[in-house]
Design a protein around this ligand. Structure first.
Ligand code: FES
Length: 151
């Protein structure tokens, strides 16, 4: 019992506290509760990060578009990790004036910014409206099939 009481403080010290996370420590996110077609929003360095488990339809639509026709040309493949093509991870800050776009809204089954009407597709690429650039991709990697590390 004494040993158990001793171990807990060590474990809790190994988790970064809120101020460490705010300063930029990487965060790990378990993807297993996110069903196909759903998304979650987490915070990293004080920024909202959308993690979307895209449907096949969303992926197909993102890949069917002619890249040269995009305001900020970028392939969908360049915006996801190979072998994890269903997962879109983007910083949820509109590249116009910094509002937080809404997921699964707008004409492209991606993101809609209610501030001035920018529309992003299911790859987070700007398609319509005043925003000049795609939603940025944060640094992240898969540490397992069901877990990503952001930062
Ligand atoms: S801040 Fe998003 S459209 Fe203006």
């Amino acid at each position: 019992m004494g040993a158990a009481a001793f171990v807990w403080p060590l474990i809790s010290q190994m988790n970064p506290d809120a101020s460490t996370i705010a300063a930029g420590a990487p965060i790990e996110v378990d993807l297993s509760p996110i069903a196909v077609g759903q998304d979650i929003k987490v915070f990293w360095r004080g920024k909202p990060i959308y993690i979307m488990n895209r449907t096949k339809k969303q992926i197909d639509e993102a890949r069917a578009v002619q890249i040269s026709s995009l305001p900020d040309p970028e392939s969908d493949q360049a915006r996801v990790k190979e072998g994890h093509d269903n997962w879109l991870v983007v910083i949820g800050i509109c590249t116009h004036l910094g509002c937080v776009p809404l997921a699964h809204e707008g004409n492209y089954d991606g993101f809609f910014c209610p501030c001035h009407g920018s529309q992003y597709d299911s790859s987070g690429r700007i398609r319509q409206g005043p925003a000049p650039a795609n939603l940025p991709i944060p640094p992240y990697k898969f540490v397992s099939d069901t877990k990503v590390q952001i930062g």
